[in-house]
Ligand binder design. Structure first.
Ligand code: NZQ
Ligand code: ZN
Length: 387
């Protein structure tokens, strides 16, 4: 068991109608609120009107149009400008992970005098950030319970996971009914993202029965409940369990006491979305089984055996390599069964920029230090196998 120093300061308010508590959550944080949202889904589901009706005692400034794979320019820059111009006290993010991630970068940039990219690119450490409250509408990233935000800069093909303890949301309001309208594509992608968050923590050198059991249960819960959500998008119980399993994803609680892994699939996928603006969860689903097959060897075999037996209930009396191979096949089959496109070509990526992306990943993601180290050549092979 590894030593750790752990604290997640975010308050979670979970369940139907939890939004009613929004005014009392915001009140101690100030009167001037930057309301951030995406391309309009919150208007379609009536959430925008609900928020406005609840916040008549607050002064609202709005930043809309935040795109999936949120962009530094214009969204982060516009948000920082609005916060400074209007002397904003608190940011209220209403939407999915992209809106929340963008809001986190804005929160730090609003309290910094220089170019916010200095913070995102870790040139400068933020000294302060505006408080953030969110109303989440899509189960996937876990951004609602972690201190990271992933920001894309189109002109340099960068997609950077920016983390700072200052960026934990003060409070996340999680009402599963707001996820009823999430499309089948985004529901499946959200499941793949959350499953991969668990896998990125599961495949490690040092773990415990406790952490492994929690993660195996998380994976099983996500598979069972995502199927139910796809069959019946308004199944409250399934949406709720999926939402919570996603919320735990990235803040370390799943793997307390386990050793670091290097999060290799995320390192690879972030380049795919940076170069081609694809859906993060789909990129992960494509990469994951190819990464697994690439790193499977005598050293990594025991983790695959445990994964195969405990998650997919593969017969433990089979030869170990056969269990591992079956586990990888099952992983692929599950993603395919929820209609995720399983080849890079299916999401518009061909071989033309694979060398360039592999180089970018090798230089920027530090995957040679991962539990299963990846060189530029390894990354190239994984990408080619994913075509
Ligand atoms: O823009 P709107 O109109 O709101 O539509 C969104 C968007 O088109 C739509 N949507 C959201 N809630 C909806 C809805 N449609 C109907 N009904 C609803 N209730 O869904 C689309 C995708 O939204 P987005 O926020 O992009 O999805 P997600 O939550 O999966 O976020 C993905 C981003 O998070 C990053 C990813 O890299 C990607 O940029 N990640 C953030 C992490 C973190 N902060 O911890 C960790 C992850 O590994 C991930 O990298
Ligand atoms: Zn992810």
């Amino acid at each position: 068991m590894q030593s750790f120093d752990y604290c997640t300061p975010t308050r979670l308010i979970f369940g139907k109608d939890s939004i009613e508590k929004l005014p009392q959550v915001l009140k101690p944080l100030g009167k001037k609120v930057l309301l951030t949202y995406g391309g309009g889904s919150i208007k379609k589901i009536g959430l925008y009107d609900k928020v406005k009706a609840l916040l008549t005692d607050f002064a609202l400034v709005e930043l809309s149009g935040i795109q999936p794979n949120p962009k530094y320019d214009p969204s982060v820059l516009d948000g920082v400008r609005l916060c400074k111009e209007h002397d904003v006290d608190v940011i209220l993010s209403v939407g999915g992970g992209s809106v929340l991630d963008c809001s986190k970068a804005i929160a730090a940039g609003a309290k910094y005098d220089g170019d916010p990219w200095d913070l995102i690119s870790y040139k400068v450490k933020a000294k302060a950030a505006l408080p953030i409250v969110d109303v989440l509408t899509l189960a996937a990233t876990g951004s609602e319970f972690d201190c990271g935000g992933v920001i894309s800069r189109t002109e340099t093909n960068d997609k950077i996971g920016y983390m700072d303890r200052l960026l934990f949301p003060v409070c996340s309001i999680l009402d599963p009914t707001y996820t009823f309208t999430v499309s089948k594509k985004q529901t499946a992608a959200g499941c793949a993202d959350a499953m991969n968050h668990i896998m990125e923590q599961y495949f490690c050198a040092d773990s415990s029965l406790l952490a492994d059991g929690f993660m195996e249960a998380g994976l099983k819960s996500l598979m069972v409940n995502t199927r139910k959500c796809l069959d019946n998008p308004e199944d409250y119980t399934a949406r709720a369990e999926m939402m919570l399993a996603c919320t735990y994803g990235c803040n370390g609680i799943y793997s307390l006491g386990s050793s670091d892994t290097g999060w290799p699939c995320h390192g690879i996928e972030h380049a795919l979305s940076a170069y081609y603006d694809i859906t993060h969860g789909e990129g992960l689903a494509i990469i994951t089984p190819r990464w697994m097959r690439h790193i499977l060897n005598e050293r990594t075999l025991p983790r695959f055996v445990k994964y195969g037996v405990n998650v997919f209930e593969i017969d433990p009396s089979l030869p170990e390599m056969e269990i591992a191979e079956q586990a990888i096949d099952e992983t692929y089959r599950f993603f395919a069964s929820i209609s995720i496109p399983m080849h890079l070509r299916d999401v518009g990526i061909d071989e033309s920029r694979i060398g360039e992306m592999a180089h970018h990943i090798a230089v920027n993601e530090g995957l040679e230090q991962a539990w299963a180290p990846l060189t530029e050549q390894d990354i190239t092979e994984i990408l080619l196998a994913s075509l």
